[in-house]
Design a protein around this ligand. Structure first.
Ligand code: NAG
Ligand code: NAG
Ligand code: NAG
Ligand code: NAG
Length: 223
C-alpha cells in the first residue's frame, strides 16, 4: 500500500510538467482542482503583496512627511532666531577700529600707500575700497574726515579700453554722482578729502577708506 502511494506521488509530480498534464488519467482530479486553486492562490498572494506594499508605501510617506515638516519647522526657527539676532543690537555697532556709518562699517587708514595696495588691503580685511552711492553719501562720509589736509583713496579708477571712470564693483561712474577735479587720464585713481574729490596718479601714496556692510560684521561676531 505505502509503496503504491509513494509511486503515485512520484508519478504525479513527474506528470504535472506542462506537456503531459492534460490527457493523463491519474492527475485528472489533481489537476482539476489546481487551476482554480492556483488562480485563487495567486489572487490571494497578489492581494497580500499589494497590501504589504501599500502599507510600506504609506509608512515611508508618513515618515518622510513628518521629517519634512520638522525640517521646515527647524528652518523657520532658524529664520526667527536670525531675525532676533540681527535686530537685537539696534544701534548697530562696528567692532574697533571700524566705525559705524549708517548701515556700514568704515575703516580710515592711518598710513599712506599707492592705490593698488589699498585695494588689496581692503579685500584682505574682507571689505572693499569705498564705493559712494551719491552726493549725499559723499558729504556724510566727508564729515567723518577730521583733518582737511588728509586724502583718502576710494574704489574708483580710470579704465583704459573704455576711457571711463569705473567703480571696483564693475559699474561705470554716473558723472552726476561725483565731480572729479584734475586730469581724466590713464593710470588715474580717485581720492577724496574733507572738501573735494580728486583724480591722481594711482602710484602716489594716500590714505584710504575701506567699507563693509554691518550685516556682514554682525554675522562674524554673532555666528
Ligand atoms: C523677520 O524678518 C522678515 C523680513 O526680513 C519680516 O517679514 C518678519 O516679520 C520678521 N520676523 C520677526 C519675528 O521679526
Ligand atoms: C602695485 O603697482 C606697482 C606699480 O604699478 C607694482 O609694482 C606692484 O606690484 C603693485 N602691487 C600690487 C599689490 O598689486
Ligand atoms: C557699484 O557701486 C556704485 C557706487 O556705489 C553703485 O552706484 C553701483 O550700483 C554699484 N554696482 C553694483 C553692480 O553693485
Ligand atoms: C583699476 O581697477 C581695476 C580693478 O577694479 C584694476 O584691474 C586695474 O588694474 C586698475 N587700473 C589701474 C591703472 O590701477
Amino acid at each position: 500500500m505505502d509503496r503504491q502511494v509513494v509511486y503515485a506521488d512520484l508519478k504525479v509530480s513527474r506528470d504535472s510538467s506542462p506537456k503531459n498534464s492534460s490527457p493523463s488519467s491519474l492527475p485528472q482530479d489533481v489537476c482539476q482542482g489546481p487551476p482554480w486553486h492556483q488562480f485563487a492562490l495567486k489572487l490571494g498572494c497578489a492581494g497580500v503583496i499589494l497590501l504589504v506594499l501599500s502599507v510600506i508605501g504609506l509608512t515611508v510617506s508618513v515618515i518622510s512627511l513628518t521629517q519634512k515638516s520638522s525640517i521646515e519647522r527647524c528652518s523657520v526657527n532658524v529664520q526667527q532666531n536670525r531675525n532676533e539676532t540681527t535686530e537685537s543690537p539696534s544701534p548697530l555697532q562696528c567692532m574697533e577700529p571700524w566705525q559705524s556709518f549708517q548701515d556700514k562699517c568704515l575703516l580710515l587708514s592711518t598710513i599712506n600707500k599707492p592705490w593698488n595696495i589699498s585695494l588689496v588691503d581692503c579685500s584682505t580685511k574682507k571689505s572693499s575700497l569705498l564705493l559712494i552711492q551719491d552726493q549725499k553719501e559723499l558729504r556724510q562720509i566727508q564729515m567723518q574726515i577730521k583733518d582737511e589736509g588728509i586724502s583718502f583713496w576710494i574704489g574708483l579708477n580710470f579704465t583704459l579700453p573704455e576711457k571711463k571712470w569705473k567703480w571696483i564693483n564693475g559699474s561705470f561712474l554716473n558723472p552726476a554722482t561725483l565731480n572729479i577735479l584734475g586730469a581724466t587720464k590713464e593710470n588715474s585713481c580717485v581720492y577724496i578729502t574733507k572738501k573735494d574729490v580728486y583724480s591722481e596718479d594711482c602710484g602716489v601714496e594716500h590714505k584710504w577708506i575701506c567699507h563693509k556692510g554691518v550685516n556682514h560684521y554682525t554675522c562674524i561676531s554673532g555666528c
